[in-house]
Ligand binder design. Structure first.
Ligand code: GDP
Length: 296
């Protein structure tokens, strides 16, 4: 097991009894431990560098109070900065639009888009009493279309039919017309992914985005992909205006470092965490909780 930041900091700092302010030397020592802890949590290297620099300047001049050790003082600074960097507070979905509000799902194949589409549909139906329609624009993989149809059936929402070989923009536009006709509150558009970032996929999703002007464009990313999560996030954020991120498979990822990387790279708020395969395993993202988890 990796050593968590709390014990790392107490090991290097707490032999020094606190007096006055944290010294530059103490901060540098603590910053090295922070850097290691973040790298072990799989935060992308450039993001680690930026964050550690930010912490160094914030920690300078911090007073050591009677009740906290220097290590605890430093940790408090880190925890606060990390929570802020992760967005500060939970960010709800924005559905304030003339219905149907459109949610576009973007991400690589296997990231969990279709599963998350089902989870979101369920959440909106059960918790917000919305009438939801879903549609698959993955015209390359019949299995993906079938998967969404099954998921929609399981969670009890409408699924607009689509078929391999159709034009994704035409499907989405037809689904939108149908959603209006049926007075749906929300239309969730699942899209085709690829195993790696690919120009054709990006062009296609950008065209879909332009055609249906979604109120939410959610980037779905597998938290277990670690360093790659940041690269993928950058590629999507360069081409689409992302309004939110869904970090999936957090149940299999002990440290959650991808949260910090993806937030920094996209600037978009993380809105949900996927914490299991089943349709109820979607959790609202709370920055303070993941901050504690990253720091161990
Ligand atoms: P897509 O290709 O992006 O549509 O990805 P899928 O929705 O088909 O998901 C790929 C795999 O990841 C499936 O086996 C899902 O069950 C699994 N999956 C998706 N989200 C989660 C999650 O939050 N936790 C776990 N453990 N598995 C997930």
């Amino acid at each position: 097991m990796f050593e968590n930041l709390t014990s790392r900091l107490s090991r290097v700092l707490d032999s020094i009894r606190g007096q006055g302010r944290l010294t530059e030397e103490q901060i540098n020592t603590a910053a090295r431990e922070l850097r290691m802890a973040l790298l072990e949590a799989d935060v992308a290297l450039p993001v680690v560098k930026d964050f550690v620099e930010q912490i160094k300047s914030r920690a300078l001049g911090v007073e050591i109070t009677q009740s906290l050790t220097p290590g605890q003082e430093f940790l408090r600074v880190v925890q606060q900065a990390l929570t802020e960097t992760l967005g500060g507070k939970a960010e709800p979905l924005n559905l304030r639009q003339q219905p149907p509000a459109i949610i576009l799902m973007a991400g690589l194949q296997g990231s969990g888009k279709t599963t998350t589409t089902g989870k979101l549909a369920r959440l909106l139906k059960e918790h917000e009493k919305k009438k939801v329609m879903v549609v698959s624009c993955d015209v390359y993989r019949p299995a993906a279309i079938e998967q969404l149809r099954i998921v929609a059936g399981q969670v009890g929402v409408d699924c607009f039919p689509s078929a391999v070989g159709q034009d994704p923009v035409a499907i989405a536009s037809a689904a939108l017309a149908e959603a209006k006709k049926q007075y749906s509150d929300v239309l969730i558009v699942d899209t085709a992914g690829r195993t790696t970032v690919d120009e054709e996929m990006m062009r296609e999703i950008a065209a879909l985005h332009a055609a249906i002007t979604p109120v939410e464009t959610l980037f779905v990313v597998d938290s277990m992909t670690g360093q790659d999560a940041a690269k993928t996030a950058r590629a999507f954020a360069d081409r689409l205006t992302l309004t939110g991120v869904v970090l999936t498979k957090v149940d299999g990822d002990a440290r959650g470092g991808a949260a910090l990387s993806v937030r920094q790279v996209t600037g978009a708020p993380i809105k949900f965490l996927g914490i299991g395969e089943k349709s109820d395993k979607l959790e609202v993202f709370h920055p303070d909780r993941i901050a504690s988890r990253i720091l161990g």
